[in-house]
Design a protein around this ligand. Sequence first.
Ligand code: ADP
Ligand code: MG
Length: 189
Amino acid sequence: RLSKLPHHKTLEEFEFAFQPDLDTRKVRDLASLSFIATKSNVALLGPPGVGKTHLAVALAVSACRAGYSTYFTSLDDMVRQLRAAEELGRLNRKMRTYTRPAILVVDEVGYLPLDRSDANLVFQMISKRYETGPIILTSNKSFSEWGQVFCDDVLATAILDRVLHHCEVLSINGPSYRLKHRLTAIEGG
Ligand code: ADP
Ligand code: MG
C-alpha cells in the first residue's frame, strides 16, 4: 500500500549526470532496500531543487514494489494532522498513521520552524518509530540548524539523537534541476 505520494518518480528517471557530486553508489545501495533490513533511517539533505523529494519518492516506490507499506507526508502536514487530532482527544489513533507503515517518508523538514508543542508531537512520533521502522526524511537544513527548526536545542538534540542513531545520510550539494530547466527555457537552449 502506497499512500499520498506527490508523484511516482523512480530512480530510472533520475539523471545522475546532473549531480556529479552525488554518491551514486550510496543511492544504488539505498535502492536495494538494505536500509529496511538494518532499520536505518535515510536523510536526504540539500538546497531546493536538487532532487531530494524525487529520490525519497523513488525509494518509497521501490519499497512499495517490494511489498512494504509506505506512507508519505510533509513535516508540516503531519504536524497539522497530529495537532488537530490532539485537540479532539484522538492523538494516539492519529499517531498510528505515522508509526504503523513499514516506511514513513517525511518531506520538507525545516521549511518552517515549529513551536514547542508541535516539536513535541514530532518527538513523540520519532520516539515511537525508533528502531521499529525507517523514516526517509528530506531537509534543506543541516543537522546543526535543527535547533531552530524544532524550537530549541534540547528538543532538537533528543530528536536528532534518535534519528541519527541508525541513519544513512545523503547530502546533495549540486545545482537546482528546476532552475536548470527554467534557464535553458529562457535561453532557448
Ligand atoms: P527538492 O525536493 O530537492 O527540492 P525535487 O526532488 O522536488 O527537489 O526536484 C525538483 C524537480 O526536478 C522534480 O520534478 C524532480 O523530479 C526533478 N529532478 C531533480 N533532480 C533531478 C535529476 N537529477 N534528474 C531528473 N530529474 C530531477
Ligand atoms: Mg522537495
